[in-house]
Design a protein around this ligand. Sequence first.
Ligand code: PLP
Length: 395
Amino acid sequence: MLSKKIQAALAGSSAIRAMFVEGKELAEKVGAENVFDFSLGNPATPPPASFNRAVKELIDKEDPITLNGYMSNSGYEDVRAAIAENLNSRFATNFTWNNVVMTVGAAGGLNIVFKTILDPEDEVIVFAPFFGEYKSYAANFDAKIVAVAPDYDTFQPDLAAFEAAITEKTKAVIVNTPNNPTGVIYSKETMQKMGEILNSKEKELKKEIYLISDEPYRELVYDGVQEDFLTKYYHNTIVGYSFSKSLSLPGERIGYVVVPDEVTDAQTMLAGIEVANRTLGFVNAPSLMQKAVACCVHEKTDLAFYDKNRKVLYEGLTKLGFTCVKPQGAFYLWMRSPIANEEEFVKTAKKYNLILVKGSAFGCGGYVRLAYCISNEKVVRSLDAFAKLAKEYGL
Ligand code: PLP
């Protein structure tokens, strides 16, 4: 009945979603207030007030035929111009509306870029641990993911392993910083070296290799760290962005792709992406949301909310004897499982109503991910449950 691809997708269905469902079932049994569900990266802060105001004003004041109508498959030109100007003012770039394509979130953006550049059997390099959906997106176009192991001390990419993984089949490389699931920010040095490797491999292999920067967490950085924008490190860099996390709008499905002029034959690439947006069935990003986010490009989510959780959790878990990577960005904490089989650890944690996600869902066993986008009060209370868990493992 089902296509072979969907049969395969069903069999390998998302571990994150599975844990989210388990969390919900547990909540029905023991009460939602007693479940510490660290499974899903669903923002815990409301969208900024300016977003609500913009939506109301747009509905009341804009011509509905324009506001709710079709537009160019790449989105409204004024919205794309507002995004280009915002990026230029923050990152000294030189974009115009024509470098920007509005997308149905980061997921929609990655899929249209993949459709534009990938042929069957092409390889896409990802850095473990990585957002598991990359595999599904590549599979949509019969391409393959090649995972490069991290430097386990820092969770920066292992660049020697990266260089060795590039072949004639490599078409794209995905970077995601601040990173889901580790919360690590790739250093400037990492990005510079990655750019150098890609430049020399392009020359050696006489082909284009695209660096796709998946940046839904760009603004979620702590400790006064300066936000980075990766197009300066390598000419063939395409940026995918989402307002899902920065403005807490994951259900609204709104983001964008940037193709800088430095990308080889950028205009043809942009034309391809526009066609892909249409033929994949997105047609265009939601019109009201395009207009609304254009009014809030300078806004950020309440970083202090997540920072509080980050500190309580990192300090609390470390004190209990767990080994954690200190998060520098996003809202995830990456923790070593006290036993090699982290799936067992995840099961044991559930006994204490702690819902964690196994590292193998991100291509990196032996670790677990905690999404700390839950209430501050719950994060504090979860430490008692973690204390019991630590005791069970003799920490
Ligand atoms: N990329 C990464 C690294 C993510 O963590 C997510 C969502 O959690 C996405 C892409 C997809 O984001 P969107 O909701 O904008 O499609």
